[in-house]
Ligand binder design. Structure first.
Ligand code: C6P
Length: 411
């Protein structure tokens, strides 16, 4: 029996994810690497195939029937995302490759248009490299300075320190909504409120929050929000950047080419309207088309139900993990998404990962693209189990048993 959470149809859900029904090294696959990427339901996989079988054409260009169908299906996803994030207009939804490209787009635009020597960019100590390096590159070009909000030992932002760092030189606050390495959910609404008191815009990295938390960009009042489809049961290589219209209108284009122009002469080019100003070249049409099916999948189950299920799994796993001698959970914030990251005395995480894999368990180990955060905790990396809507308590039991076996071999 797989189901253990009342009214949550885990068996039916798992039928939509055929990849889960396989053996790895002769053992049933237990996929706990969902923070890296989630698996895709049949609805998404079939939509990609269907697009190439029935619709394939370039968008926004041809007037033949297939081109119109492809354009309509692509734009339908934009509307689905608008609703999913509760943005005011589809003009505010830009298709990008994912969070990394979305942040690069904004950082690049800020460097070109708004930053000068001595300005400050505020991030936190728990950022993914994708929310550090683009800003460092912007600093290199402009002479702006990167400032970092410290965190406590639980892995929570120290709010008073954040307030102290905010000042008239701060040009943007760019912060992770939920940490991939710790699971911490940041108090982003309060952060945005305080930043706005000084007229400072806020970008939220929604890579880890979008599949777990209700996102309402108007209620949050964030200026930018970015997510990757592949962490929300959608295809890889696609994501969306939400930006408030006033900011997107002010930001210069990121890349030049077809589609982002209004008129081109050798003397001067004028740019297209939103959102196309930021979408140069032929995009990843098939995956955008399929993405709406991933979002619909999540919406049909309901984020609140998914979050409830995942947090039960997190509690269940955390309870058992903390009983293991020498094991320390890294990231014990009061508000967390379903990420259990840990270190064990005398055990290297890579060795552990190899032995877990031999037993069919997929977890991520290492620095999780958060090297400064690992340094803050004085560690090289962690073992991270991250849970998604299709995981079960039985899988956690298999994971804990495999962990005990691995520890016997390693200690
Ligand atoms: N984190 C993880 O295993 P992309 O690669 O652009 O889809 O997402 C980058 C990114 C940005 N911010 C956060 C908080 C993230 O977690 C990630 C991706 C994966 O934790 C791969 S490193």
């Amino acid at each position: 029996m797989l189901t253990q959470i009342e009214n949550y149809p885990v068996e039916t859900i798992r039928d939509d994810f055929p990849i889960l029904h396989q053996e790895i090294n002769g053992k049933p696959l237990v996929y706990f690497d969902n923070a890296a990427t989630t698996q895709k339901p049949l609805q998404v996989i079939e939509a990609i195939g269907q697009y190439y079988l029935d619709i394939n054409a370039n968008i926004h260009r041809g007037i033949h029937t297939l081109a119109e169908r492809a354009t309509a299906s692509y734009e339908a996803t934009r509307e689905v995302i608008r609703q999913f994030l509760n943005a005011e207009s589809t003009d505010e939804i830009i298709f990008v490759k994912g969070v990394t490209e979305g942040i690069n787009l904004v950082a690049n635009g800020f460097a070109k248009a708004f930053l000068k020597a001595g300005d400050e960019i505020l991030i936190s100590a728990m950022e993914h490299h994708s929310n550090i390096v683009p800003w460092q590159m912007a600093c290199e070009i402009t002479g702006a300075v990167l400032k970092v909000i410290p965190i406590n030992d639980q892995g929570e932002i120290i709010f008073e320190e954040f307030l102290k760092l905010l000042n008239s030189k701060t040009k943007i606050v760019s912060i992770v909504h939920a940490s991939n390495a710790l699971g911490t959910i940041n108090p982003v609404k309060n952060i945005i409120k305080e930043a706005h008191k000084l007229g400072i815009p806020v970008l939220l990295d929604g890579a880890q929050s979008t599949s777990h938390l209700e996102i309402d960009v108007q209620d949050l009042d964030c200026d930018f929000f970015v997510f990757s489809a592949h962490k929300v049961y959608g295809p890889t290589g696609i994501g969306a950047l939400y930006g408030k219209r006033e900011w997107l209108e002010k930001l210069p284009p990121y890349q030049g080419g077809g589609e982002m122009i209004k008129e081109v002469t050798f003397e001067k080019t004028t740019y297209n309207e939103l959102p196309y100003k930021f979408e140069a070249g032929t995009p990843n049409i098939a995956d955008v088309v399929a993405l709406k099916h991933a979002i619909k999948y999540v919406q049909d189950l309901g984020k609140a139900n998914i979050a409830h299920h995942e947090l039960e799994l997190l509690d269940y796993a955390t309870g058992q993990l903390t009983e293991i001698k020498g094991l320390k959970i890294i990231g014990t914030a009061r508000e967390k998404v379903s990420v259990a990251s840990f270190v064990i005395d005398g055990v290297h995480h890579q060795d552990l990962a190899v032995i877990l894999d031999q037993q069919g368990i997929a977890v991520r180990t290492g620095h999780h693209c958060t090297q400064p955060l690992m340094k803050r905790f004085g560690i090289l990396g962690t073992t991270r189990a991250s849970f998604a809507l299709y995981n079960t308590k039985e899988e956690i039991d298999l994971f804990i048993a495999a962990l005990h076996k691995a520890l016997k071999m390693l200690k």
